[in-house]
Design a protein around this ligand. Structure first.
Ligand SMILES: [Zn+2]
Length: 236
């Protein structure tokens, strides 16, 4: 961590010096991916006091741009959902222009949430839609942990619990994620808006839809689920 912060401050210093040169402005400050995979810890980028930072791979190739302020807001949505769900995770930003989000193994038993640059571009500052998507991912973690606990608890020789189908997995994550989002004070139409946009793209081959299949009646299910969650008490 200290080494990464060292790299960060070096990059920032270099950015400050170079920014004074004649145009065109160099793409600084920058954040280098800490590993060969082109992923960055959202918390690290959010700490940077700049309007935008350039993301670099280990090979020095520029991957894209991130806005720390946007990521700070995103972390605040994520933190609220973590609190409500009782699940602690970590948020990572990954390369890729086709909107996508998935879970990955973190340190030890931890499961982390990855979002890519394409999803950040698609959702922008639609925090209600973000709350749905991030709640959905935390719900996938919750389901994974429940499965694991169930397997550990079962008696020796007992048959393993029957696995859920991908559609059932998605339904569970949609319902639970939406409930957490609503309890966090986010509007359910964010989820409906996001799913409608996905459905309109009409391309089941995208990575997002391959990971999170669009089960029949999904929009109706989410609409109905949103009616069953009581609205949160107004904030003081
Ligand atoms: Zn899913």
């Amino acid at each position: 961590m200290r080494r990464l912060l060292g790299l960060l401050s070096l990059a920032l210093l270099a950015g400050g010096a170079l920014a004074q040169q004649a145009k065109p402005l160099p793409p600084k400050p920058s954040v280098k991916a800490p590993a060969a995979a082109k992923i960055w810890l959202v918390r690290e980028i959010a700490q940077i006091n700049e309007q935008q930072v350039w993301l670099f791979g280990q090979d020095g190739a520029s991957i894209g741009v991130a806005r720390p302020e946007q990521l700070r807001s995103l972390l605040s949505v994520f933190g609220k959902l973590e609190q409500i769900s009782g699940i602690n995770s970590e948020l990572y930003l990954s390369e890729g222009s086709e909107p996508d989000t998935w879970l990955a193994q973190g340190k030890g038993d931890d499961i982390v949430v990855r979002i890519n640059l394409g999803l950040v571009t698609l959702l922008g500052s639609d925090w209600d839609a973000w709350a749905f998507v991030l709640g959905h991912q935390l719900a996938h973690i919750e389901a994974h942990m429940r499965n694991r606990n169930e397997l550990q608890r079962r008696e020796v020789g007992a048959p393993p619990p029957s696995p859920r189908s991908p559609d059932e997995d998605e339904k569970l994550a949609d319902g639970l994620g939406l409930e957490w989002a609503i309890r966090g004070g986010y509007k359910p139409d964010g989820g409906i808006r996001f799913l409608t946009r996905l459905a309109q793209r009409g391309d089941p081959g995208t990575m997002f839809l391959r990971r999170h299949p669009f089960y029949p009646g999904r929009l109706d299910y989410v609409r109905e689920a949103s009616l069953n969650v009581p609205a949160p008490a107004p904030r003081r």
